[in-house]
Ligand binder design. Structure first.
Ligand SMILES: CC(=O)N[C@H]1[C@@H](OP(=O)(O)OP(=O)(O)OC[C@H]2O[C@@H](n3ccc(=O)[nH]c3=O)[C@H](O)[C@@H]2O)O[C@H](CO)[C@@H](O)[C@@H]1O
Ligand SMILES: C=C(OP(=O)(O)O)C(=O)O
Length: 437
């Protein structure tokens, strides 16, 4: 099993280009199965989750062609699914549940094995069920598979008890092909929901209000194709680099970002004393002076994103004083604490609350990613730690970061991947056996 090795203590400096958003890409790929004609997507990152989603769509019978890793992805699905997503693929990622709405709306039938992904909480699907049922689909759980059937969907008013991103997306997609108007109240406002709505409108759907808590969809008979749709930049990847720059007291310019999507993080980093300059599609991050402890509460957008909580915890673990983190979205997102403690962090967890007492320095250690963002947090911790940090379960990190090591190396980090306990970096930064050094 591969490990990431980080030799800490180097300030990150330089420029980094941010890739397309994982969560927007996954939802848009699911929506593409509703398109009657060719869809061309750009800025879709070639990360593990996208590769698995592409395999799932191919298993349904979609024709998919990728030009280059950062280039365009062409998708065409003209026939009803040849088969439903196989368990071994669906279980690998959470977003496979976003095929329910599109498949039942276009083909009248969907069978999706209960999705997998990171173990960050219970992650029920009751709100997806509530919304799709309100549109007239019949849903049941049959031997671990969600089965949805509909002879034709009808628009309705759906109130979400919580602004779930996935439920909003599933209902919004299904409603595009329902008869009449659907109104989603207390909808999620995340930028990825807006990106999905823009893509659906590009196919000929009629979605209004995405980005607010009331989304209105006028159903149409069918959706067409889209000559070119570019996915938004990944705000969580961008945020991870911002935190890494601050943690190593470096200076980094992020390119291809939408600063507005990062406001909750920018506000908290500024509060901690990090200097941030925003331009139209660039952000400069600099941490030169001492930083102060801060408190964080994760919330639905525009609140502080749960997907940035672990990386911030790593940063706060070396800021003198006491910081408090409240995790309101996913109850198991503090699993990273035990790993950070191996590196010398002083963190106490009480339910959904973590109290972080900043230590002077972390020490490199052997640790293990417990989920995607925990993995990113351990990379941040490794970058600022004394000595070498070896991170296991890299497969989680690969789910959501495109070229992470290469991007960090370009910023001066010493980071490499190894499948052997004995590997060490060569002087030029590429890995080679320590016996040969
Ligand atoms: C692929 C994708 O886009 N993943 C993102 C999406 O996940 P996902 O769409 O799964 O997250 P949700 O917004 O649905 O979940 C948020 C909260 O709502 C609860 N809930 C959700 C659905 C439901 O039917 N019932 C219910 O109670 C969940 O348990 C959780 O406590 O949004 C999360 C919150 O921003 C992010 O962390 C994930 O990175
Ligand atoms: C939790 C995440 O993703 P998913 O919903 O796909 O598990 C994430 O991106 O941090």
């Amino acid at each position: 099993m591969d490990k990431l090795v980080v030799a800490g203590g180097i300030s990150l400096r330089g420029r980094v280009a941010i890739s397309g958003a994982k969560n927007a890409s996954l939802a848009i790929l699911c929506a593409a199965v509703m398109a009657g004609e060719l869809v061309t997507l750009e800025n879709v990152p070639d990360i593990r989750d996208v590769q698995v989603m592409v395999d799932i769509l191919r298993s349904l019978g979609a024709q998919i062609h990728r030009t280059t890793p950062s280039g365009s992805l062409r998708i065409l699905m003209t026939e009803p699914p040849a088969q439903m997503p196989p368990y071994h693929l669906a279980k690998q990622l959470r977003a496979s549940n976003l095929l329910l709405g599109p498949l039942v709306a276009r083909f009248g039938r969907a069978e999706i094995p209960l999705p997998g992904g990171c173990n960050i909480g219970t992650r029920p699907m009751d709100l997806h069920f509530k919304g799709l049922t309100a549109l007239g689909a019949q849903l049941s759980l049959e031997r671990g598979t969600v089965v949805a059937r509909a002879a034709g969907l009808e628009g309705n008013r759906v109130y979400l008890d919580f602004p779930s991103v996935g439920a909003t997306e599933n209902i919004m997609m299904a409603a595009c092909l329902a008869q009449g108007q659907t109104v989603i109240e207390n909808a999620a406002r995340e930028p990825e929901v807006v990106d999905l709505a823009n893509f659906l409108n590009c196919l000929g759907a009629r979605v209004r209000g995405a980005g607010t808590d009331v989304i209105k969809i006028e159903g149409v008979d069918s959706l067409g194709g889209c000559l070119r749709y570019a996915v938004i930049p990944d705000r969580i990847e961008a945020g991870t680099f911002m935190v890494a720059a601050a943690a190593t007291r470096g200076e980094v310019i992020l390119e291809n970002v939408i600063p507005r999507h990062l406001e909750p993080l920018i506000a908290k980093l500024r509060e901690a004393g990090v200097e941030i300059e925003e331009e139209e599609d660039r952000i400069r991050v600099r941490a030169s002076g001492p930083l102060s402890p801060i408190d964080i509460k994760t919330m639905p957008y525009p609140g502080f994103p749960t997907d940035m909580q672990s990386q911030m915890m790593a940063l706060l673990s070396t800021i003198p004083g006491t910081s408090v983190i409240v995790e309101n979205i996913f109850e198991n997102r503090f699993k990273v604490v035990d790993e950070l403690k191996r590196m010398g962090a002083r963190i106490k967890v009480e339910g959904r609350l973590a109290v972080v007492e900043g230590v002077e320095r972390l020490q490199g250690a052997c640790v293990r990613a417990t989920d995607l963002r925990a993995g990113a947090a351990l990379v941040v911790a490794g970058l600022m730690a004394e000595g070498e940090t070896r991170i296991g379960n890299v497969v989680y990190i690969d789910r959501g970061y495109f070229n992470l090591e290469q991007k960090l190396k370009m910023l001066g980090a010493r980071i490499w991947r190894t499948s052997s306990e004995a590997d060490a970096p060569a002087q030029n930064g590429t890995a080679r056996k320590s016996a040969m050094v």
